[in-house]
Design a protein around this ligand. Structure first.
Ligand code: ZN
Length: 134
């Protein structure tokens, strides 16, 4: 299964928990694994408590760790100045595995699945959901 989302780029953080949960419930699988992935090198998928404070904290800390303003070789090579986006994607990774337990994603109450788009322009993204189980 797959679904697409429109992002604003520039570290846009989108809660995709409901979309993924629907796909898991429609699959009828009771026990197994759910792999969520996006084929892209400037995005990531992770979990966080989806509330404005935690999202702002995540953005601020990422800016300290991998600043947008840093000089990246990638920009010199291609004139494509989203080097920070590639590094953030490499560190967090654009895929995530979540166990399925009793037909539902095994997530905490305050744990949401989020898609992060680091690219320096709005993007249309395809997110793939693969389910292994019984
Ligand atoms: Zn690039």
């Amino acid at each position: 299964m797959r679904f697409s989302i429109s992002t604003k780029g520039f570290n846009d953080v989108i809660d995709i928990t409901n979309r993924v949960s629907e796909i898991v419930e429609e699959s009828g699988k009771k026990e197994g694994l759910c792999v969520i992935s996006c084929p892209g090198s400037t995005c990531a998928i992770t979990t966080i408590e989806y509330e404005s404070g935690a999202i702002e904290d995540l953005k601020r800390i990422l800016e300290k760790l991998v600043p947008m303003s840093e000089e990246y070789q990638h920009c010199k090579k291609w004139g494509d100045c989203n080097g920070y986006a590639h590094i953030r994607s490499a560190l967090i990774k654009p895929f995530l595995t979540v166990p399925i337990e009793n037909g539902k994603l095994l997530l905490g109450t305050w744990q949401q699945i989020v898609f992060l788009d680091f690219d320096n322009r709005p993007r249309q993204r395809e997110i793939f959901v693969k389910i292994i189980g019984k």
